[in-house]
Design a protein around this ligand. Structure first.
Ligand SMILES: [Zn+2]
Length: 238
């Protein structure tokens, strides 16, 4: 992995291919349209799954990368289903942080029913700390990513209480197009006559849009407080 000449504004850390699209696809598309440099790092290749292969999943990821217009994407190759916040994984992810120098990291929320997502959340926090260490053999220069925000996945049906909600407007269609690239995961297939996962994703984005009086939105959590210097940063004042 080579260091980026221009740092990323936003880096999404996804345990598996499709997680970035499902939870932050609208945010990615909206941010790219605003001119931000956005990257995604997958921690694992996501296989095995019932209908996937490593090659098929990689092709689906490439197709989605085009839809999202990503600035940068990389798959770290950590073990799927066995993801852990261990020394090797910390070193690998800290290397990514040091070589891409993102201003904001989007990470999985710390509570989830999928153990890989819980481990990924812990791993991001630990790797952020490791990224700033000096006198280490981690590649790149010491760097402390200033902000981490957390996104919710689809496994655990809880009621999120976000720190903020990001308006994604008409980027919902591009988000769903990106999600549909993962055909092997059957995300748009209805089961037992119930709405498909793609339907659920759209409905939830519409709900979060409703909470802020907009069409569609995505929610994010924060552990650290968000400081502002002026009320103008919260509401545009004339
Ligand atoms: Zn996942």
């Amino acid at each position: 992995m080579q260091p980026l000449e221009t740092p990323l504004d936003l880096l999404v850390v996804a345990p598996h291919p499709d997680d970035a699209e499902i939870s932050t696809g609208g945010t990615i598309v909206t941010s790219r349209r605003q001119g931000l440099r956005v990257g995604v790092v997958e921690l694992t290749n996501g296989e095995p799954t019932p209908n996937g292969t490593i090659e098929r999943r990689a092709a689906e990821t490439a197709a989605s990368t085009t839809v999202l217009d990503l600035t940068w994407r990389h798959m770290l190759g950590l073990p799927n289903r066995q993801l852990r916040d261990d020394i090797e994984a910390r070193r690998a992810l800290a290397t990514v942080f040091r070589l891409t120098r993102p201003k904001i990291i989007l990470a999985p929320y710390w509570e989830d029913s999928h153990p890989d997502h819980v481990a990924a959340s812990q791993l991001v926090d630990a790797a952020r700390f490791w990224s700033k260490l000096s006198r280490t053999d981690i590649p790149g220069e010491p760097y402390h990513p200033p902000r981490i925000f957390y996104f919710w996945s689809i496994h655990l049906r809880i009621h999120p209480k976000p720190a903020f909600v990001l308006d994604i407007g008409d980027a919902i269609e591009a988000k769903l197009d990106a999600v549909r690239c993962y055909e092997s995961q059957r995300l748009d297939v209805s089961r037992d006559g119930l709405p498909s996962i793609v339907d659920d994703i759209r409905d939830r984005a519409r709900y979060w849009g409703w909470t802020i009086g907009r069409h569609y939105a995505e929610p994010f959590a924060a552990r650290e407080e968000l400081g502002v210097r002026s009320f103008r940063e919260l509401v545009p004042l004339t």
